[in-house]
Design a protein around this ligand. Structure first.
Ligand code: GRF
Length: 201
């Protein structure tokens, strides 16, 4: 069984989906720690309510991005987690962090990457007028939403009237896809070759 550290900054609905998948034994893992860079994040209270080890590590209280990241890495290391799951974590992951957990950091992004990386992916998709968008789970490397793709699912956004409506169509798919993709990483054999993941049969 693998131990996960979940990092979040806000609502925490993907964290909850992962937690539920674990409870329903669809995901063979444990949440060793939840870390939020925002003490007021609703996701953090939900973690506390569920009795999980939780830490607020407020980036505003650190003199630099690096010092904050060191504190986050230390909390993860202390928990014994071997995987880092980003669930709406609104901080850039620095090179040292990536190196420390190389190919063990996962993220979910609300678009079909490599389309619409960065902030407000759903608004970007809406403004571009695409008819199909979706969700991508990927490993985190030094690039922005650029690491090897673990899993993707398409969502029709045809006829959506706003970026918020695009987001509302994609979110339930994120909740299905993220636990599934983590389970795949934990249970299948794979390696990274170039930009992609090669899965053994
Ligand atoms: C999700 O749309 C996720 O794809 C993006 O940030 C949002 C987080 O939502 N990375 P939540 O906090 O999991 O509800």
């Amino acid at each position: 069984m693998s131990d996960l550290a979940v990092l979040l900054s806000g609502r925490g609905s993907n964290f909850l989906a992962i937690h539920e998948a674990i409870e329903q034994e669809k995901l063979d893992a444990r949440i060793a720690v939840v870390v939020s860079n925002r003490p007021e994040a609703p996701g953090l209270s939900k973690a506390v309510e569920r009795g999980l080890t939780s830490h607020a590590i407020d980036h505003r209280k650190f003199e630099s991005r690096e010092r904050h990241e060191e504190a986050v890495i230390e909390a993860i290391t202390r928990s014994g987690a071997e995987w880092v799951v980003l669930a709406g974590y609104m901080r850039i992951i620095g090179a040292e962090f990536v190196e420390r957990f190389r190919n063990r950091i996962v993220n979910i992004h609300p678009s079909l990457l490599p389309s619409f990386p960065g902030l407000d992916a759903q608004k970007q998709a809406f403004e571009h007028g695409v008819e199909i968008s979706g969700a991508t789970v990927h490993l985190v490397d030094e690039g922005l939403d650029a690491g090897p793709i673990v899993a993707q699912r398409a969502v029709s956004v045809r006829g959506a009237r706003s970026g918020d409506e695009v987001a509302a169509r994609i979110l339930p798919v994120e909740h299905e896809l993220y636990p599934e993709a983590i389970q795949r990483l934990l249970t299948r054999e794979w390696r990274v070759e170039g930009r992609r993941i090669l899965w053994s049969a």
